[in-house]
Design a protein around this ligand. Structure first.
Ligand code: SAM
Ligand code: SF4
Length: 366
């Protein structure tokens, strides 16, 4: 479609899962076909209502588990996106999938639709753990699907969760994934959310995740291992081979505009943040919250987002907004201690300190 000079990143939330994992607090539901159809009807309307004239530079289908969606319904979303947006010729188009809900037919179809990046939820390669946390796939199935995925897609990322098991296991899993040709690994520290079955299991001591110290050790081991494998850490939980960073996530962290369609999605457009309701019926009724970002809030967010990833913070931009980071005493100390690095007009956090970024960042706020 049309030529557009305004660029944007597009997120589509598909809240369907075959079963809820015991740890997961994302907005997602076990869905019937009717529910999928109803949801897509509202999603298409939402896309249609969006302002014209944007070029989509990245598109990310997240969830939930987008690979649970029927292919004809997925195709309708692509049609709506192509009608609404000019899609950049080099757009990164990511689909989140999990091993139990994909196969060759879906991979082929995704490729035909224009998907060029897959993010596979692997979590662990230990069958006992997978069962305990409510996953529907085994280690063998995960590796088979990964092998198949690699036949169709070069740019494949895998998710792992840290803290589920023994410290060194996560390194073993990463090693295996790299052997299978994975170019990007996201590794999240296990969060035990109050309203999940895992919380009750932990409370009743039926499940014992790693303690904080062991998680920190495990994370350090993984970081060292991935560095040796030439995977650059470009954010606290994200590692990739050169040029395989997620452009979509980097757009969030660069303070670029993005639009999210679907229940619980967020958007950030011309300095206003929007949040769709995470209650399905409220979303259907169009309930959205919005907040205009003030100058001071934007300064804080630019520091927070920029330092948490390889983008860094643009000092000139902050100056134009009235904030001189060089005048902050902690800033100079962090530079001396090599915690921060300054290059031209940009400042970066040394990746060795990503895990304690909150502490450093809060000392740099206005
Ligand atoms: C929205 S899920 C989508 C992936 C896909 N549905 C799947 O499960 O394979 C994205 C990722 O978030 C991570 N995640 C979800 N809940 C988590 C939790 N409580 N703690 C840590 N990571 C979590 C998992 O690694 C998961 O792959
Ligand atoms: S981790 Fe993925 S599959 Fe499991 S409940 Fe959450 S979104 Fe669904």
């Amino acid at each position: 479609m049309k030529n557009s000079d305004k660029e944007i990143s597009v997120y589509i939330h598909l809240p369907f899962c075959e079963r809820k994992c015991l740890y997961c607090a994302f907005t997602s539901f076990v869905s019937s076909e009717d529910m999928q159809k109803e949801y897509i009807k509202h999603l298409l309307k939402e896309i249609e209502k969006f302002e014209n004239g944007y070029k989509a530079k990245t598109i990310y289908f997240g969830g939930g588990t987008p690979s649970v969606l029927r292919l004809d319904l997925l195709e309708k979303i692509f049609d709506a996106l192509k009608t609404k947006f000019e899609i950049a010729t080099d757009a990164e188009i990511t689909m989140e999938v999990n091993p139990n809900s994909v196969g060759e037919e879906k991979f082929k179809f995704y490729k035909k639709l224009g998907v060029n990046r897959l993010s596979i939820g692997i979590q662990s390669l230990n069958n006992k753990t997978l069962k305990k946390i409510g996953r529907l796939h085994t280690k063998e199935e995960a590796l088979n699907k990964l092998k198949l995925a690699k036949r169709y897609f070069d740019n494949v990322s895998c998710d792992l969760i840290l803290g589920l098991e023994k410290e060194k296991n996560v390194v073993k899993y990463a090693k295996k994934l790299i052997k299978f040709g994975v170019k990007h690994i996201s590794c999240y520290m296990l969060e035990v959310h109050e309203n999940t079955p895992l919380f009750n299991l932990v409370e009743s001591k039926k499940y014992r995740p790693l303690d904080d110290e062991a998680v920190a050790k495990s994370y350090e081991k993984l970081r060292k291992f991935l560095k040796k494998q030439h995977f650059n850490q470009y954010e606290i939980s994200n590692f990739s081979l050169p040029n395989f960073e997620s452009k979509h996530n980097l757009a969030y962290w660069s303070y670029d505009d993005y639009v999210g369609f679907g229940v619980s999605s967020h958007s950030f457009i011309h300095g206003v943040r929007y949040e769709n309701s995470s209650v399905l019926n409220d979303y259907y009724e169009g309930k959205t919250y919005s907040e205009t970002i003030t100058n001071d809030k934007e300064i804080e967010e630019r520091i927070l987002l920029g330092l948490r990833c390889k983008n860094g913070v643009d000092l000139e931009k902050l100056k134009k907004m009235g904030y001189f980071l060089e005048k902050n005493e902690f800033f100079m100390q962090f530079l001396e201690k090599n915690i921060l690095k300054k290059e031209n007009d940009k400042v970066y956090l040394n990746p060795n300190y990503y895990a304690v970024s909150d502490f450093i960042i809060e000392h740099l706020f206005p």
